[in-house]
Design a protein around this ligand. Structure first.
Ligand code: ADP
Ligand code: MG
Length: 245
């Protein structure tokens, strides 16, 4: 990947009490790059994602987005969060708002996009993720796969520079996993910068430019998916792969 650096973590450390959850993380994500983060449960993957949009403050080190250090708080942080989309395992749609309202809320409130323009764009995005016919429903009326596709459309509506996906298919019934992964593969091929925590090795093989393998809060190994899956070099990665492949 030859894009410019977009998200740069330098010597990032974080503790939860005595637990050293991120250890000297150095990671650069380039524009247009798709990075899949793998690792056992508890290795710090979610904390890493949450640190990138400052849902979790870090203890030491620096994180920059497009050259700008993460703001501590206030308006600057709200703007930064708008640049860094996030799609969670648990959809996190606003239950009391329609699908369409879920998508227009951020652009109108944070980006100050006029309502009519936000609606037009929202409908285009819903079309793109294949749920335009659900626009006036409430999240609970949709399947999990549909809700997660709405969550992706909602992230896209902010025109983010990068989208972080934290196990976006883990809470889905198996038959709905592919409809969400297909949307993500299309996004990846369209040049979106993506950081994806997932256990879907098929997605990693198909869409990742790079696999980052974490264990115990550290980046233990990183490589192209082809190399990582066929020739993992560390015993940690070999163990991990032997359990899931
Ligand atoms: P992963 O996403 O790789 O499963 P996490 O980043 O969620 O890992 O968690 C890493 C470690 O930090 C785990 O041991 C977890 O129990 C712990 N942890 C996560 N969030 C908190 C928190 N808010 N307070 C205390 N410990 C936490
Ligand atoms: Mg996690």
């Amino acid at each position: 990947m030859s894009g410019e650096p977009l998200v740069v973590l330098t010597s990032v450390n974080k503790h939860f009490g005595s637990l050293h959850v991120l250890r000297d993380i150095d990671l650069t994500i380039h524009k247009g790059e798709v990075v899949v983060i793998l690792g056992p449960s508890g290795s710090g993957k979610s904390t890493l994602c949450r640190a990138i949009n400052r849902l979790e403050p870090i203890g030491s080190g620096t994180i920059t987005i497009d050259g700008v250090p993460l703001p501590e708080e206030g308006r600057a942080l709200a703007n930064l969060r708008a640049d860094v989309g996030m799609v969670f395992q648990s959809f996190n749609l606003f239950a009391h708002k329609t699908v369409l309202e879920n998508i227009t809320l951020g652009p109108t409130k944070v980006r100050k996009v006029p309502a009519a323009q936000a609606r037009t764009r929202a409908m285009e995005l819903l079309e793109r993720v294949g749920v335009a016919n659900q626009a006036d429903k409430y999240p609970a009326q949709l399947s999990g796969g549909q809700q997660q596709r709405v969550a992706i459309a909602r992230a896209l509506a902010m025109d983010p520079k990068v989208i972080l996906f934290d196990e976006p298919t883990s809470a889905l019934d198996p038959e709905m996993v592919n409809e969400v992964l297909d949307v993500m593969v299309t996004l990846a091929r369209g040049g979106m910068t993506m950081v994806v925590v997932t256990h879907e090795m098929g997605f990693a093989r198909k869409a990742a430019d790079r696999v980052v393998f974490m264990a115990d809060g550290q980046i233990v190994e990183e490589n192209t998916p082809a190399e990582f899956f066929t020739n993992p070099t560390t015993t940690r990665a070999q163990d991990f792969l032997s359990k899931i492949l």
